[in-house]
Ligand binder design. Structure first.
Ligand code: HEC
Ligand code: HEC
Length: 175
């Protein structure tokens, strides 16, 4: 089985995970170029990226710059996109990491997690699952490999899809 290939795919996935723009140091994510265009004209990007604020805090800063520092007004759509980017990437908490975790297994509690727990922790610990990062296709390959080589039973299509939904949503990256 292509265990090595899986490991390589998982590694390259995590390297791509947080891309940084070399010039500005900004996290490359949805709307980042909009924020770069609007927020790095008067001061450099580190003014922005060194801050951590919740959405209200970011609104306050923008209002203050608009009232006192000559920042132009934004239409509602643009302002929301800017706030989405700032709150996701420069928020008070890592918004991408707000996840409830089951204490016993360490598994992320999300739709279908109990189905995955029942299906996937009988032969090995949950850790074997949760430390693996893979996209949906690779998760399917892993399941097929366990079915062919390791005695894992077959799932009906609906069950398999639920398992794959959970795994590819919550364990797409190695941790
Ligand atoms: C029209 C010019 C201008 C633009 C455009 C601008 N700012 Fe500012 N900003 C300022 C000035 C002036 C200051 C205060 C002086 C300083 O700290 O250098 C400031 C300060 C800040 C600070 C520091 C506030 C503090 O607590 O000290 C942050 C954070 C910030 N800006 C974020 C942003 C973001 C986010 C955007 C894009 C939405 C943006 N800025 C766009 C002029 C601007
Ligand atoms: C019938 C037993 C069995 C069940 C049930 C089972 N596995 Fe496995 N699994 C194995 C065995 C055996 C190995 C290989 C030995 C080891 O690494 O402990 C393995 C290895 C793995 C690996 C590591 C693969 C690698 O690259 O080394 C992952 C990830 C994994 N299983 C995920 C799952 C998931 C997800 C499920 C639920 C769909 C599941 N397992 C259910 C038997 C099982």
């Amino acid at each position: 089985m292509k265990i090595i290939a899986i490991i390589i795919m998982a590694l390259s996935g995590s390297l791509l995970a947080s891309n940084i723009d070399k010039e500005s140091g900004m996290i490359i994510g949805e709307n980042w170029e909009l924020v770069k265009a609007n927020c790095t004209g008067c001061h450099a990007a580190p003014h922005v990226t060194s801050q951590r604020n919740d959405r209200d805090g970011w609104i306050e800063i923008i209002r203050w710059m608009q009232n006192k520092q000559g920042l132009w007004p934004f239409d509602a759509d643009t302002e929301n996109k800017i706030l989405d980017y700032l709150t996701l990437n420069y928020g008070l908490v890592d918004n991408r990491a707000i996840q409830k975790v089951d204490k016993a297994t360490g598994m992320i509690i999300d739709d279908n997690w109990e189905l995955v727990k029942v299906s996937c922790t009988g032969c090995h610990s949950a850790k074997i699952v949760t430390q693996q990062g893979a996209n949906r296709d690779t998760w399917l390959e892993i399941i097929r490999w366990m079915q062919e080589e390791q005695g894992l039973w077959q799932f009906d299509v609906s069950t398999e899809n639920k398992i794959l939904d959970y795994l590819s949503k919550n364990y797409s990256r190695s941790r």
